[in-house]
Design a protein around this ligand. Structure first.
Ligand code: PLP
Length: 358
């Protein structure tokens, strides 16, 4: 029976979902959303704050500041509240409204940048705002997840061993790439401890991290509009790029099976299923990482109007598709299963009533 006094001291470490029945290919999904911050970003938040404390960087008047697409901001808001620190989170319009409200409920100040930097996009605009704050007052402490070794260090310390311990026969690990903290921490751990494990990065189309052309992206978490400073491509075996349309389809397919997971989980699951299908990998043991749960995405990925407006009517299947004809499930890439517009609406209403797992 875990009994805690600090919210960051609880984190579900060993929950994996077997997706074979949903996707038709062998894939285990590591669930990172069951903690009080609701995401994998609890780990880097905790590691970066604890390192800053150990290094004497935080004093009583300090104000922590960070740029975040949302989840790190929530985790830092929670830790700051628990430890009695002030915290400013710099976000952009892609941050979900409930996520912003959650940060504010935890006592954080949320600064929203509304205009992208002409060259470096919204991320550039967020970083400029953080730099301006730090230049204006020396009490600001920028943890800087983009360069802080505590970001990847958290996944080297926790995430990778949690996977390695549960899967002694692991062949391939799929990791989404945002700041690349999760990717680099896992890649370094497996290179050092189990070099036979293949590390496959999954990124959103329109991200420049692996050299692609920049394009607008709607779903937060994965992808960068500037190259991630922590990324070392020498540690990665392969990269899969995923269109947001396929991200949404994968999320709907998982939800149709009862697993309501975040947008980036759809990206990683679609990328993993594509890679496994292309590599004829039925005998491989494969794990993918799910960074968060679906509830913060009810207004976007799970909102039929939002999906319709951004991706068109064809993404929203008929009720027949929801029932799932036998055989469809065996083709994870080209014919994903997803709920009808009505089914998504019904699902959202159920979640709003609180009948929800997270
Ligand atoms: C939902 C979600 N998925 C994926 C990521 C990417 O993780 P990382 O920054 O470790 O690459 C993030 C990071 O904020 C996230 O919030």
């Amino acid at each position: 029976m875990p009994i805690i006094r600090d919210p960051h001291l609880f984190n579900e470490q060993s929950l994996f979902v077997d997706l074979e029945g949903v996707l038709g290919c062998r894939l285990f999904l590591k669930i990172e959303g069951f903690n009080f911050a609701g995401s994998i970003k609890l780990k880097p938040a905790r590691e970066m704050v604890e390192r800053a404390e150990r290094e004497g960087l935080i004093s009583p008047g300090s104000i922590l500041v960070e740029s975040s697409s949302g989840n790190l901001g929530v985790a830092l808001s929670m830790i700051a509240a628990s430890k009695g620190y002030r915290f400013v989170c710099v976000i952009d319009p892609r941050c979900n409204q409930p996520t912003q409200q959650l940060m504010e409920s935890l006592g954080a100040q949320v600064d929203l940048v509304t205009e992208p930097d002409p060259v470096d996009g919204f991320l550039g605009a967020r970083l400029n705002h953080v730099r301006d704050l730090c230049a204006s007052d020396e009490r600001y402490i920028w943890l800087n997840q983009y360069t802080n070794p505590g970001n990847w260090g958290a996944h080297y310390r926790w995430t990778a061993p949690e996977i390695s311990n549960q899967f002694p026969d692991l062949d391939v690990l799929f990791v989404g790439a945002g700041t690349t903290g999760t990717l680099m921490g896992c890649a370094r751990y497996f290179r050092e401890h189990r070099p036979d494990v293949r590390i496959v990065a999954v990124d959103a189309a329109g991200s420049v991290s692996f050299g692609g052309q920049p394009a607008p992206r709607l779903i937060p978490g994965l992808g960068m509009s500037v190259r991630p400073p922590q990324l070392d491509e020498a540690l990665i075996d392969d990269v899969v790029m995923v269109e947001e349309l396929d991200t949404v389809r994968a999320c709907h397919r998982l939800a149709a099976a009862g697993f309501t997971l975040g947008g980036s989980t759809g990206t990683v699951v679609h990328g993993a299923a594509s890679w496994l299908t292309q590599h004829d990998a039925q005998d491989l043991t494969a794990v993918a990482i799910s960074p968060d749960m679906g509830r913060p995405y009810l207004d976007t990925v799970y909102n039929p109007d939002w999906v319709h407006d951004h991706f068109g009517a064809e993404v929203l299947a008929t009720p027949d598709d929801l029932a799932g004809a036998p055989g469809r499930r065996s083709d994870p890439v080209s014919e994903p299963q997803h709920p009808s517009r009505e089914a998504v609406a019904g699902y959202a209403a159920t979640a709003a009533l609180g009948n929800f797992v997270q």
